[in-house]
Design a protein around this ligand. Structure first.
Ligand code: PLP
Length: 386
């Protein structure tokens, strides 16, 4: 039986060649060598002039952003409950309290209409998560943030090169956090980046990333010795990672285009099942362009979801669901709190299914997944379309 995995890591070009260069030519495999500089340049120029810092993960980028927010114990940070754990953990590590709010029905992003009522005098920041690489309503969020003096940290882990009104995601808020984990679009195994969009934070970000030292200044010859000057940790990746990543960044547009083609194929082939009301498909508004990061469908009930995932699995197709909403997880209940109803989060998190989607996925593989979904619904959907 043909097996279709959920994800498959891939090379698009010179990944291994650049890694060999880091070792054999540069003789530099710790952080901040030639390939890290190339990645920084790519991110800054391609995403329009922001200061970029490569990290070993998006988790690390979120942790750096949390340190830069200067949070005091008990300070509050508003975020969706429907997200990955790192969105919350980074702030909990600083003693802050994640305040979970509901998501929108249409695109599963934070519901900007409930943010304002979750703001208290302890609120310091808000974290829009661009789910599936589709933008949150950044105009609304930035305007609330401005009126309440909140820092905006975009969790753009899934959103490299996606746009909101022509601005790249991760460059709209004060900070943007990107992921290059092997399940994302552009990958380096583990990897990430912090985009610092307000110049006044850049110098401190550089220090925090280098274990709280001013070592980067020292290497640029701006000071004659380096020492411990602030909080920090080792947030930078090795040159081996940066070399792999740079080869992928060189083909980032191509990678995203390839994923969009797979996304569009799923979309058009499943549309009749959506029209007949059996499933719901992703929604992307006019203001957003998406990088085709992930393709999901929403089933009619949690039981139907389990049935569908089982049926795909027994036919060699690995589909998955996520997230266990943070507000109902063990650590979320311990460290966070909830503002307002969680109706949409509770409902959709139990009905969502993510379908396989990876760079090397063939049209035949997409068709196979679609066929199995059609077969699952066939007893009910027989008359409709195909
Ligand atoms: C993948 C992901 C992260 C974590 O990224 P890492 O690079 O694995 O640390 C954080 N937030 C969201 C929304 C993600 O999808």
């Amino acid at each position: 039986m043909v097996q279709i995995p959920f994800n498959k890591p891939f090379c698009v070009g010179k990944e291994l060649y650049y890694m060999a260069q880091a070792v054999m030519v540069d003789s530099h495999i710790s952080g901040d060598g030639r390939f890290t500089r190339l990645c920084h340049q790519w991110l800054e120029q391609r995403l329009n002039g922001q200061k970029a810092f490569l990290t070993h993960s998006c988790t690390a980028a979120l942790e750096m952003a949390a340190i830069l927010c200067d949070l005091q114990p008990g300070d509050e940070v508003i975020m969706p409950s429907f997200t990955f754990v790192s969105t919350a953990n980074a702030f909990v590590l600083r003693g802050a309290v994640p305040v979970f709010v509901d998501i929108r029905q249409d695109n599963l992003n934070i519901d900007e209409r409930v943010i304002e009522s979750a703001v208290t005098d302890r609120t310091k920041a808000v974290v829009p998560v661009h789910y599936a690489g589709v933008a949150c309503d950044m105009d609304a969020i930035m305007s609330i943030a401005e009126s309440k003096q909140l820092i905006v940290i975009e969790d753009a882990a899934q959103a490299l090169l996606s746009t909101y009104k022509n601005a790249y995601l991760g460059t709209v808020g004060h900070f943007g956090c990107l992921s290059f984990h092997e399940t994302k679009n552009v990958i380096s195994g583990e990897g990430g980046a912090l985009l610092v969009n307000q110049p006044e934070f850049a110098e401190r970000a550089e220090i925090i990333r280098e274990k709280g030292t001013n070592r980067s200044k020292f290497f640029r010859g701006e000071i004659d010795k380096y020492s411990w000057v602030d909080l920090g940790s080792s947030f930078l990746p090795s040159e081996l990672i940066a070399a792999f990543l740079y080869a992928q960044l060189e083909h980032a547009e191509h990678i995203n285009r390839t994923r969009r083609i797979i996304f569009d194929r799923y979309y058009s082939e499943l549309q009749p099942l959506a029209r007949s009301g059996h499933i719901r498909l992703p929604f992307i508004s006019e203001e957003c362009s998406s990088n085709g990061h992930l393709f999901y469908i929403i089933t009619r009930s949690p039981e139907e979801r389990s049935g569908l995932i089982e049926s795909l699995k027994s036919n060699g197709v690995h589909a998955i669901f996520h997230y266990v909403p943070l507000h109902s997880s063990q650590a979320g209940r311990k460290f966070g709190k909830v503002a307002g109803p969680m109706t949409v989060t509770d409902d959709l998190s139990e009905r969502i299914v993510r379908l396989p989607l990876y760079y090397a996925m063939t049209p035949e593989e997409v068709d196979r997944v679609v066929e199995l979904i059609w077969n699952f619904y066939k007893p009910q959907a027989g008359q409709n379309g195909r």
